[in-house]
Every structure is written in structure tokens, then in C-alpha cells.
Ligand binder design. Sequence first.
Ligand SMILES: Nc1ncnc2c1ncn2[C@@H]1O[C@H](COP(=O)(O)OP(=O)(O)O)[C@@H](O)[C@H]1O
Ligand SMILES: [Mg+2]
Length: 388
Amino acid sequence: MEKLITSNLKLGIIAGGQLGKMLIQEASKWDIRTFVLDNDETCPAGSIASHYVKGSNVNYDDVYQFGKLVDVLTFEMENVNIEALKKLKAEGLKIVPDPGILELIQDKGLQKEFYRGNGIATSDFRLYDTVEDILAGIEKGEIAYPFVQKIRQGGYDGRGVAVINDESDLSKLLSQPSLVEDKVTIEKEVSVIAARNQKGEIRCYPLVEMEFTPNANLVDELICPSSVSIEQSEKAIAYASDIIELLNMEGLLAVEFFIDSNGGVLVNEMAPRPHNSGHHTIESIITSQFEQHLRAILNLPLGSTKLKLPSVMINILGEEGHEGPVMYEGLMESMAIEGVKIHLYGKKITKPFRKMGHVTILSSTLECAKKKAEQVKQLIRVKAWTKN
Ligand SMILES: Nc1ncnc2c1ncn2[C@@H]1O[C@H](COP(=O)(O)OP(=O)(O)O)[C@@H](O)[C@H]1O
Ligand SMILES: [Mg+2]
């Protein structure tokens, strides 16, 4: 990537949310020129990109024209118009990760077939096109309660996932083409972020453990190091490395796992990009996930993934019952606590449970970081601004 030393490298990012913003913050350290495609002029990355381009990530012409402006194209989300990417690739543009990988990962059904086909442990599943097909599957004994239905495309943050414990939940079934899988008795949810460059060098981050908000299915707290056993940790890291190698992928791959009640390590899903479960890496790991993504996609040497200090990450979410111009409470009080690092994404409008920012809390022990995280959770509130 000789352009890196000439200040001329033009990096395109689809789209301009908080992940794009944090990627640009790293790119600017290396004087890379960043281009961002997003429909919303007020998107988090819009104000800091070298060039903001208005357009949709799913529109063929918007993605194609955007690709024509840059030297290297990458993503902060999976939902991108694949046909446009394929055309750009055929015309010689460097797209990382490869559009074929995006196509596979966009579809949770194809993802599950990939795991099964490659001997990677995952909960048992079947694919169905309609609710009627699922009901017929139950009749035939193909599906047993309790089970989980997931739409194959477009789901995120728990939207597109229905947990069906018994007949009384059947009204929750979603009407899109979907996969139906066994409900796992989850002991812990962990994730591993792996990075790979064109040379085939691979590095994985230490496991992080996720705890979810019960009512919103969003990560409530994310801790590193995780409390899983060394064997479980090695297994998860080995799966993540195998998957990124099997995909022959360049870039970052975040792999989510369930640790089940028997101690088994099952792959849940993956994302080929920087990930919410890697935000802590900005402060707590020698190389942040965003810097590592750049290193991986530009075929640079990968950086150390060693943990500097134990950390807890919490999302700053829009308060329930508040929608409108954003107003934050408790930021100053939180900053007064040693080791508290606040990130605001710059979204102008708050909505219930919208991800408005995050806080990483560092301390010499995880117990101390957790205590401080509880304090911060009590202090920070995201409300809609009103005149009175
Ligand atoms: N098979 C399953 N058994 C039990 N819980 C599940 C299962 N699949 C998903 N979940 C729960 O739902 C959450 C969201 O599912 P996931 O597949 O990760 O979708 P999303 O793309 O919305 O993150 C998971 O983090 C987990 O808590
Ligand atoms: Mg998930």
C-alpha cells in the first residue's frame, strides 16, 4: 500500500455511524483521506470524514459511484448493495473484506450452513421461507419447543430474533425467510475479534463477556478479561482463527459465541467489521480494533492485541420515554471518576435505547472497574431537550 506514505490514500467507508466515525479517528492519525457514504448528513462520521457523500448503502448507483471515488473500499455494516460491489471489484477496485464474504454474512442462513459445513459447533437449525412452513415443521416433528427463529437478512440488536418457548409464543413468529434453531441454555455470551491481512497473518483479541439489558436485547456491560475457563477461551479463539482463515478474509471478523450449560462453546453469529464488543480496545488494548482493521485491510503488519488494563464497557443508550434533540446528564460527574473514558457519537436526536455513545472504565482490577461502571450507570442519562 505505497500510497500510505504519500498522504494520497483515499479510503471509502460505507456507512457513517459510530463505527465509521471511530475508524476515521484512527485513519486520520496516518493521514489517510476518508470518504464516507451515508444517507444522513448529520451521521456521526459525516463531520469528521475528509469527504461526506450523501447516498444509500443499499442503492446500486450510490454504492457504485461512491466506489469510483476511492482507492480502497471498506464497511462499517454488512447491509451493502452486493451487485454494485461485485461490479466495482470486476473493474479492479480493492474491496476489503471481499464482497463474497459480505454476501455470506448478510444471510444468517448461509452463515449457519457455513458453520455446519466446516465442522464448527453451532446450535442445530433448519431454514424456512414462511410462517406456514414453520408451523408445518412443528406438526411434522422437525421443530421442538423451545426454539429460536431468526430472519435471514436485515436483523440487528435482537430485532429479527423471536424466542418461542411454547405454543403461546407462536404469534411472535416473524414472516420473512428465516432459520429456526434450538434454544441454547446460555451460561455466558462472549465474543472474539480476529484480524487477518493479505499475507495471512492472524491476531485475535482476548475474549470479552457480554451482559445484556433484559428488555432491549442490547449489550448492557461488556467485560474484559472474561471469566471463562482457559480451555473455553482457547476453543473460541481457535474457532475465530479457523473461520477467518477458511474465509481467506482480510480485515476484522467479530465472532459471537454462546457458552452453554454443559460448558460447550457454540458459534452464534459473526460480523466482518469493527464491532460493538471491541470498543474497549481503544483504551484497554495496545492496538485498538479500528487501527487493527486499517492494518488488516491495508496489508500492514498487525498490531499487538495484549490487554493493558482490565476494562468494562457500557453503552450510553437513549432513555425510555425520551425522543428529540439530545441532552446528556451526568457526564462531568462520571469524568471525575478515575479511569472513566467517555465517547459520544454525536447523534443529534435521541430515541429510547438508541446507541448514543459508550463509556470504557479502566482499572487495575476488574472488580474495581465493575464498581465504577455501576456508578457511571447511575449518573449518565440521555434525555430529550425541552425548554422548561
Ligand atoms: N439459539 C439461541 N438460544 C438462546 N438465545 C439466543 C439464541 N440465538 C440468539 N439468542 C439471544 O438473542 C440475542 C440476539 O441474537 P443474535 O443472533 O446475536 O442476533 P443479532 O443480530 O440481533 O445480534 C443473542 O445475543 C442471544 O442473547
Ligand atoms: Mg448478535
